[in-house]
Design a protein around this ligand. Structure first.
Ligand code: 3NM
Length: 226
């Protein structure tokens, strides 16, 4: 029994590690959300992000039915798989498991991370954090990466937590050992500031999804990063 458990454990680590190897040291973390788009479907947005060589994409839909979210995620899983792109599902662990996503991203008020780890032990688990205490707790509880935000004010997320974004990010970059992703109000116009405060991964919804030409937008943003 113990042997089985160990074997399973090392398989998990191997899988997580091999997935991470595909990620560059610094880049954009794309997040989907059709309601913020200029009339494009999540599938179209995914294809444009992949065309721009985005390597990690999260599905985040707050207003669709479970069935519609499942259909979207089944299609996106296929496209991301053939393109070696990491696919993370926000919040809906049942959908993440059903489509065999690479990971699940949860918030402070979603299912507790301890439970998520039990249910989805071989998945990458991301946890949103909004202050130092939450970031330290996330590491202690075994999150694979944390979201750090909101960096700036944004209307994309309802009930935005209070957060001294840039200084929290700086603190995380100096004190937290696991990967972290800056989020909240990040745009082409301010990404250089986020980078200056220690940002390595930059999650964006409206700036990407709302663009007429997502590939062009990503290329412009990258010019500020490299
Ligand atoms: N989480 P945009 S801020 C989904 O602070 C989300 O945890 C946040 O959207 C957090 O790039 C946010 O359009 C919204 O500002 C990000």
């Amino acid at each position: 029994k113990i042997y089985e458990a160990l074997r399973f454990k090392s398989y998990d680590l191997e899988k997580k590690f091999s997935i991470r190897k595909t990620l560059p040291d610094t880049d954009i973390y794309g997040i989907l959300g059709e309601e913020f788009s200029a009339g494009k479907s999540n599938i179209e947005i995914t294809k444009e992000m992949i065309k721009a060589n985005i390597k990690i994409i999260q599905y985040r839909e707050k207003n669709k039915s479970k069935c519609d979210k499942l259909k979207d995620c089944q299609a996106i899983r296929k496209i991301t798989s053939v393109n070696d792109v990491i696919f993370i599902v926000n919040d809906d662990i049942d959908i993440a498991l059903a489509v065999k996503a690479d990971g699940i991203h949860i918030g402070q008020k979603d299912m507790p991370i301890e439970i998520v780890k039990n249910i989805a032990s071989d998945m990458i688990i991301g946890l949103s954090t909004h202050n130092q205490k939450q970031a330290l707790e996330a590491v202690e509880k075994g999150a694979d990466y944390i979201g750090v935000g909101p960096i700036f004010n944004t209307s994309t997320k309802k009930n935005l937590e209070k957060c001294d974004g840039l200084s929290f990010l700086k603190w995380v970059s100096e004190n937290i050992s696991i990967p972290f992703v800056a989020i909240g109000g990040i745009k082409e116009s301010n990404i250089a500031t986020v980078k200056k405060h220690g940002g390595k991964y930059f999650a964006m919804i409206s700036e990407l999804v709302g663009s007429e030409n997502i590939v062009k937008k990503i290329n412009l943003i990258r010019k500020k990063l490299y």
